[in-house]
Design a protein. Sequence first.
Length: 244
Amino acid sequence: MLGCGSSVGSPVLGRDAIGIDEKDWRTRSSLYVTVEDINILIDTTPDFRQQALKNNIKNIDFVLYTHSHADHTHGIDDLRIFSYIKKDKIICFANKHTIDDIKRNFSYIFNKKNISGRPRLDLREVSGSFREQGVEIKPLPIKHKEWDILGYRINNFAYITDCSFIPDDTLSKIQGLDLLIIDALRYSKHDAHLSVDEAIIVAQQVGSKRTILTHMGSELKFNELVEYLPKGIEPGYDGLILNI
């Protein structure tokens, strides 16, 4: 778990950060998944460079994008070094809306007149389950307020962030997981994210053996959540390593 914070991170800029518990320092939400020898990055946050250095990331085989909001894409330029390491384009998967936004927001990357100083990327639209470099990826359509965005299932694990609603068809695709990582912004309701209690309900509906909360706002404190959450559900923290 590279980061598990909300769009503004934790602590929030301009607020007193003295005395904050180490596990309440959260960079923006992202995940690094290794399946055998294949390394998959989910989202490129504005904190991606810091996350990659802290977690000793040396290689990225491909990227999965959930959606195009700034806190999930604005570290995209730091894929440049990884494309140099790879000596090839890095394949990035996303839905059509996200691809369109990335091409517009980072047009310099895709301008053929720019021959250097940019990441080499191959954007590919996700329209259903696919296999990449031997790893089966199942996109999970969800709602982020009015946006149609994606979570992902890899083997018996699913990652769902920035979620306000999960359609029944997607719920049917994530039953009986070994691990679910899911959005939980705050205790109170939000129109674009699950609350803590709503995330608990989803976890119980899914029946995952273990559930980890992510995309948590600064008001959520790790130690308080440990006491509040039912058995089998835990708050995440930056640097958490999960083995399945």
